[in-house]
Design a protein around this ligand. Sequence first.
Ligand code: 8Y4
Length: 276
Amino acid sequence: LSILECGNRSIDLAKPCVMGILNVTPDSFSDGGKFNQFDKALYHAEQMIADGVVFIDVGGESTRPGAKTVTVQEELERVIPVIEALAKRFDVLISVDTSTPAVMLAAAQAGAHLLNDVRSLRRAGALQVAAQTKLAVCLMHMIGEPHNMQFAPSYQDVTSEVTDFLVSKVNECLSAGIARNRLLIDPGFGFAKTLQHNLRLFRDLSVLRKVNIPILVGVSRKSMIGGILDNQVDERLFGSIALASLAVFMGAKIIRAHDVKATVDAIKMVQAVQEA
Ligand code: 8Y4
C-alpha cells in the first residue's frame, strides 16, 4: 500500500498526482497592494483545483539564487493567510514550502497537510516541529544554500550521493519519531546541480525507488529544460511535460508543476499505459 499520512488527512499515492505551485512572493506579482496579491493567489488556486491538482504548494520564500532573504515575520505574513483561506474554502491538500520552524508550526495550525522543505529540516528545531505536527514531510536533496548552491557543484556519482543523502535524512526523521508513511523524497532537480548532473540523476530516477519512499519530482520550467532547448522560462511547457511524463513512467508519485492541466493530462495518459 502507498498511503501518505498528512495530518488529519491521508492520500493514496497508487495513482500519481500533481502538486500545483502557488507563489506568494511579492516579486511574483507585477504590481498592486496586499489585497490584490491575496485575491490573485486564491483565484490561481481555484483554477488549479479545477484543473485537477491534489496538492497546492504555498511558498513565501524565493529560492532563486539572486533573491533576498525574507524575515520569519514576512514569511508568516505572506503564507499563513493564504493557507487559512485555502483550508477554509477548498478541500485540496495544502503543502507549505518553507524551511522555518515557526512557519511550519503556524502553517500546521492554519490547516496545512505537508511540509515541503528544500533544506530537509536542517534548520534548528525543524525536525522537532515536523515530528510534533504529524504532517507529511518532503525531504529534498540540496547541498549548501540557494545563494551558493550553484557555485561549482561537484559529485563523484550524483545518483548514489543523492540517494545516500536522502536515506540519511529519512533515518533522521524516523529517529525523531516521524513515521515512515509520512515521508516523501525528492532528488532536488536544479538544486546544487549542473545540467549534466540533473540529466544523469533524472535518467537514474528509478534507482531512487529502492529507498522505498514515494518520490516527488519538481522540474517544471527549470533551467535543465532551458539548457537543452535553449529557451526562456515561458517557453518550457513542452519540455516540462516531457519530463513530467518520464518521471511518472520511472516511478515518481507527485509532480510539482506550474502548468496543472497539461501535467494532469500527461500523467493520466502515462498511468493508463502503465495500468494496461
Ligand atoms: C522556473 C520556474 C525556473 C521555477 C525555476 C524554478 C522544488 C521545490 C522548488 C523541487 C520540491 C523552482 C520549492 C524552484 N523546486 N520543492 N521547490 N522540489 N519539493 N524553480 O524540485 O521551482 S523552487
